[in-house]
Design a protein around this ligand. Sequence first.
Ligand code: NDP
Length: 337
Amino acid sequence: STRVVLASRPHGEPTQDNFRTETIELPDLADGQVLLRTVYLSLDPYMRGRMNDAKSYAPPVEVGDVMVGGTVSQVVESRSLRIEPGAYVLGYTGWQSHAVADVNSLRAVDPNRAPLSTALGVLGMPGFTAYAGLLKIGRPKPGETVVVAAAAGPVGSAVGQIAKIHGARAVGIAGGAEKCAYLRDELGFDAAIDHRAEDFADQLKAAVPDGIDVYFENVGGPVTAAVLPLLNFFARIPVCGLVSQYNLVSAPEGPDRLPAFMGLVLTKSLTVRGFIQSEFIQELSGDFERDASKWLAEGRLKHREDVVDGLEKAPDAFIGMLHGKNFGKLVVQVGPE
Ligand code: NDP
């Protein structure tokens, strides 16, 4: 089996040197285990956090261990009556070509229901994150304005489209003209703004004439700074991610903005609520599966994938994602379907 391990911990931006590709022999199967061949590996921003030796909501990857990640795999060999060779499964087997896994840690994926890779994107964890964070915390009402950044990615693109489905106005923020055109022309966002534009804050203000009722926080940094003055009374901020900060090694220069921020929370009666999507799985995954597959089939929830070919390209693709090099849900095709 070929696998990519964490070779060293990054200081700031990850580099190729933080990863190492190696070949290992897999252990024999025990009862209740299966041998898997990875087809698709998901690359996600949270993996940057796992590379640090810091306490978070999940333990870090140890140096020398295989990088973690969600996967869609095919069963090659089975020592369980519950699953047969040839079946496809969703698992958490990481950056490797093959894996031995307990059958209890896997979920069946039906290749006839939707393309296999959607189990890692629009119908998987990122789609669910958008659904749960927007509907449980953001709670958009018809006619309200929802703003989301990293809007061309799997979370943001679903946030905007689900906001539209619920009758709200959706304004997306993304890096570059191509992503912005995609949000407006293909996904039906009411407006899309390039956060790298010189006059970004002015463009954002012009795009939200009635202010902002829901800011779905994916990025932090200067984007958030431009959003804050535009928030309405009783605005809701689901704090989902802060990707602009993941490679920071120290606090950015500048004045302490915390007093002004807390003042705003008070005077505008804001709700700021962080979440990790797993919190909502028990409560909402059934509703999500029903709604998302229906919306997908109806063409109301569109998605885009950025497929990179070959496990050896995973480190580069991952490093690039943290700068917006990906356009759509980033997945690695590790083996053929
Ligand atoms: P994306 O595919 O959207 O990738 C991240 C994107 O962030 C990049 O493509 C880039 O897009 C944007 N970005 C990077 N740096 C900056 C910056 N400095 N300023 C503005 N935008 C930036 O990722 P996902 O859709 O998978 O994830 C989106 C967010 O959701 C992340 O913060 C992630 O950590 C979070 N998340 C949280 C979960 C939870 O349970 N709380 C679960 C899943 C995801 P662009 O070109 O537009 O700049």
